[in-house]
Design a protein around this ligand. Sequence first.
Ligand code: RP5
Length: 166
Amino acid sequence: MSLVAIMMGSASDWETMQHTAAALEALSISYQVKIASAHRTPEAAREFVQIHESTGGRVFIVGAGLAAHLGGFVAAHTLLPVIGVPMAAGPLNGMDALLSTVQMPGGIPVATTSIGKAGAKNAAILAAQMLALSDAALAERLATSRAAQCAQVVQADSELASNFCV
Ligand code: RP5
């Protein structure tokens, strides 16, 4: 059983979505990965959504580029939370995917992250925060991760300050 499903519309999305996988692994969250397209393989995408839901999945993270309707497609087929990650692809560098993913009509939400690598990482952390509502050990791992980020900033500040001290 995998708690999180990482879906993407094309193999070309993996370069970005691997950062979701890495962030989930860092937090010891189980996940599975699926390439399925809302427009090229809609039946396979729909079937996978049902499989993830019926096997104990809790969250979908969906990466898509260009017209980017996979997030909305997945949301249409499940009541589980769906997080959409716009790919930084194509002539518009992800602005198209961002607007497509974020502008869901009222009633069928897709929680949309920033474009590209940062969004892919944040999707994993947001999924972890959802799961941590009912998992105290995961909440503790998230707190540790956040504290490490803070420590890095403090360290960077002290190194820079010591180099520029007059
Ligand atoms: C979308 O079209 C995919 O999510 C991908 O980001 C984009 C381009 O797909 P390819 O032409 O690289 O397969 O469906």
